[in-house]
Design a protein around this ligand. Structure first.
Ligand code: FAD
Length: 133
């Protein structure tokens, strides 16, 4: 019997059924949303942060290993943060630190390592061809 949801005319295997949009996030959706928030926040962090801005950013980052609602993600992040303490001294350094922590996870999950020289292009400026303008 043909079905609208999974039927293909090519004979290739059907895609897995997608979950409805109003389901609670799984680890991957939560991860994508969190990385988007963190990288974008770092991309707009000041070049010369005030002591209060530095302190608030440190609070935000140090809260993740305690509050992030994926226990093994939080555990690994906490371990990495002990070895590589957050650098909140300016925008470029924070963006680089965050990129490296994201790459820690990418490597652990067998994903491609991101070029940290392209952090601004990905999270702030968009590609030079203007396709995101
Ligand atoms: C703190 C934290 C810890 C996590 N730990 C785990 C874990 O232990 N196990 C687990 O299964 N999942 C973990 N996750 C989720 C995981 O990192 C991914 O978010 C999830 O697997 C979805 O991956 P994705 O391939 O869609 O892209 P994501 O890894 O979510 O990346 C989103 C986008 O960010 C860009 N990007 C990729 N790498 C970088 C980088 N280094 N710097 C800047 N931009 C980049 C890419 O354009 C990519 O499309 C964690 C998430 C967070 C926020």
């Amino acid at each position: 019997m043909a079905t609208l949801a999974y039927g293909t005319s090519s004979g290739s295997p059907p895609d897995p059924p997608s979950r409805p949009d109003n389901c609670p996030p799984d680890v991957e959706q939560l991860g994508r949303a969190t990385w988007t928030f963190l990288h974008t926040t770092a991309a707009y962090y000041p070049n010369k942060p005030s002591p209060a801005q530095r302190a608030n950013m440190l609070n935000l980052l140090h809260s993740l290993p305690i509050l992030y609602p994926c226990s093994w993600c939080a555990l690994h992040l906490g371990q990495e943060m002990k070895v590589h303490p957050p650098d909140v001294s300016n925008r470029a350094r924070l963006s680089r630190w965050l990129c490296e922590r994201h790459n820690d996870v990418n490597v652990r999950l067998g994903k491609e390592v991101f070029d940290c020289g392209k952090t601004d292009e990905r999270w702030k400026d968009g590609p030079p061809d203007g396709s995101c303008d």
